[in-house]
Design a protein around this ligand. Sequence first.
Ligand code: PSU
Ligand code: MN
Length: 300
Amino acid sequence: MTLTVRMSDEVTEAFAAGRPVVALETTLISHGFSGGRGLAAAVESEERVRAAGAVPATIGIVDGEVRVGLDRDSLERFAEAGTDARKAGARDITACVVQGALGSTTVGGTLAVCRRAGISFMATGGIGGVHRGFAESLDISADLLQIARTPVLVVCSGAKSILDVPATSEMLETLAVPVLGWQTATLPLFYSAAGGPPVSATVGTAAETARIAQGHWSLNPSGGLIVGRPPVGGIDMEDVISAAVERVRSSGVTGQAVTPAVLTLIEELSGGQSVTVNRALIVDNASLAAEIAVAYAAIS
Ligand code: PSU
Ligand code: MN
């Protein structure tokens, strides 16, 4: 079989007109929020991308069809499905298609589709990374390897501190992925701005970031970059995070189920505070990715 990708009219027209396109993932919509609350983050992210002058392409698998650009009904389906939607990393996409499933693509899965569609920019909340206790579990997100081998710039608020962030940072260095700090010298910790490991370079403007991406792709046409944008109004959640990670670990949850289980528990333990910060940083990241995509279009 050959995998086909269906683009929405809006995205098809953007490509035809040479307008900048920003990809958005669907795992955060279904697995990153409970009770259908991912919908607001998804809709608002798309609005922010448009407001910044680019076209949003939310990516997911709907009834076995890989879609680039989702309508409101599909976004709603991902939000309502929650963890019933299959979490689709790059390796899961084809099985989802053949089996006619609803598959929400992770950062890694979204990047695989970006390469097929020719999209160079994406935004998310936090990338996956090296999990705490990785020496025993070997649990390292496939996001990292997919970023290293896909020519897409990913705007995020770093890696959530449910992970081992210093180990994640080392791994990104090993994979030769540029980690650009958006007006910061340290990699943001998702819920909080400060305290992370150093970035490989600090960037100040969208134009500068676009030039670095362009140069990097001339040197390494198959590799990605990360831009880490600190959350505005971040909060220190380390105690809640440690408690959630420990509870999930001791309940025996492993593999793909770990991240959503920890996120749900953090939401509960923080009395919903995590959701407010999470949603705000996701939509701000979408906006920044669009600004960088617009700046890139101006020089390419
Ligand atoms: N981080 C979040 N919320 C999320 C995710 C990460 O704060 O919803 C999702 C992203 O889609 C990411 C995926 O690509 O989790 C990583 O999962 P894993 O650790 O199983 O690779
Ligand atoms: Mn994992």
